[in-house]
Design a protein around this ligand. Structure first.
Ligand code: PGA
Length: 257
């Protein structure tokens, strides 16, 4: 059984004071919710403080990016060692905004995934096609290329292969208010499992696959109720306490029904 995973991606939102304010109210707001692994991927500057505020909660902390080296002369970067030192468990890698605005290539993404494995961080590896590729039925081709190049050379001996998380995030659905349909996202997740099966056999049933792109409290159960999807990566709807708590409650209530 794969545990449901909901990941908040705060992107470049929230000052430290705003992050603290969120956390103080959020934990009370979700007091009745259990059984859903919930991760908050906050901006770097808030991580140290949030790790303290989240100590006695079941929430987990994640980063949105990292450098692949342990340390070095890389002005402006944050290393996996620094993240691990804070008790951070997850790190988003290869988000389309980083591919697009910061020119992250498949090779760079592969280095970051390898580094996350080496430092005991769980990568949340994002893949997804843009609108043009979607319209010309290239989704599977794009996903295959992104997935295989990011994971090239890794073997099952690496325990993190089964722990890693994949996120199907169609670029056209991110921040647009137009989510993919549940069946559509589930079909792509199924395809991703078949790719894992092809290269790494048994892990295909163990790896969790999320959907991301305009997920909110009203549509979340379209994704969590599907065979090949195990949760969601949530941007805009994770920024507000009530909205994000509402989303978690919707998942919780669906599972009890
Ligand atoms: P969104 O972002 O929920 O605001 O569409 C999702 C993401 O970028 O991970």
């Amino acid at each position: 059984m794969r545990q449901t995973l909901i990941v908040a991606n705060w992107k470049m939102y929230k000052t430290l004071a705003e992050a603290e304010e969120f956390m103080e109210r959020f934990t009370g707001e979700i007091a009745g919710v259990s059984g859903i692994e919930t991760v908050i991927c906050a901006p770097f500057i808030s991580l140290a403080r949030l790790s303290v505020l989240m100590e006695r909660t079941t929430l987990l902390l994640g980063a949105q990016n990292m450098h692949w080296q342990k340390e070095g002369a890389f002005t402006g970067e944050i290393s996996p060692l620094m993240l691990r030192d804070l008790g951070i468990k997850y790190v988003i890698i290869g988000h389309s905004e980083r591919r697009l605005h910061f020119n992250e290539s498949n090779l760079l993404i592969k280095r970051k995934v390898a580094s996350a494995f080496n430092f005991g961080l769980i990568p949340i590896l994002c893949v997804g096609e843009n609108w043009e590729q979607h319209s010309s039925q290239e989704t599977e081709k794009v996903i295959k290329e992104q997935l295989f190049s990011a994971l090239e050379g890794f073997t099952l001996e690496n325990e993190f292969m089964t722990k890693m998380v994949l996120a199907y995030e169609p670029v056209w659905a991110i921040g647009t208010g137009t989510a993919a349909r549940g069946e559509e996202a589930n079909a792509v997740a199924g395809f991703m499992r078949s790719l894992l099966q092809e290269k790494w056999g048994g892990i295909s049933e163990k790896v969790r696959i999320l959907y991301g792109g305009s997920v909110n409290a009203d549509n979340i159960t379209e994704f969590t109720g599907k065979e090949d999807l195990d949760g969601a990566l949530v941007g805009g709807s994770s920024l507000n306490v009530e909205t994000f708590a509402g989303l978690l409650k919707a998942v919780f209530n669906e599972r009890r029904a």
